[in-house]
Ligand binder design. Sequence first.
Ligand code: ARG
Length: 262
Amino acid sequence: MFGLTRAKRTAAATATVAAAAAALLSAPTAQAAPQPIVGGTTTTTTAYPFMMQITDASQNQFCGGTLVSPTKVVTAAHCMVGESTSSVRVVGGRTYRNGTNGTVSQVSKIWIHPSYTDATNGDDVAVLTLSTSMPYTTASYVSSSQTGVYAAGTTARIVGWGTTSSGGSSSNQLRTATVPTVSDSSCGGSYGSDYIASDMVCAGYTSGGTDTCQGDSGGPLLIGGVLAGITSWGEGCAAAGYPGVYTRLTTFSNLVTTQVNS
Ligand code: ARG
């Protein structure tokens, strides 16, 4: 959750950093200032009713989640590491992190992908079962056959309460932005062997500037309004050449459905 970026730096990634640094040296004013997610605009849970805060027992938000049935929330496995059903809550209908409104539910079951070890190894998906039904419109999610939705350049929407710059503070109000999906070859060029195309999909502008960041994890990557990815990891946030990495939900759709129907 907080602070998880990426511990390892591959040779390929280092080469890209060197290239980016060289580009900055020749054009020092080309570096975009960090923008408030990073980039994007404020929004509400009225606009995104399926957008859930994942909080601790004191209702402090630390991750996002997506309501896919009245009692089931899709989030990231890395958000749930070290958590228990008694340590987390899910809050719906609350636009502001410091709000007290909306619906608070306890969690009766946490399913974490059984193969999950680290976000950079893939399998970064979890499903929470709620004790209380959420009275909000749910999101539909991709089926396992919809692998075409990630075609490079497709507009995707990100939503969350995460930090508005790398190492910055969380946003009090929910934010959203759009980012284009990135090809597997391009993302593999950025991240080397940490990018696992079967389990991950990247999204972001080549020049950076707009991205999910710490605290956005677990939240949705929506394509055509349908849940297609889960905010997972990245090198810093909104950095040129390092798009955000999202769980490729088509790969896990059948597993999620088993949990949703359980
Ligand atoms: N791991 C972060 C979290 O737990 C999300 C990081 C997303 N990073 C990115 N550059 N898109 O909130």
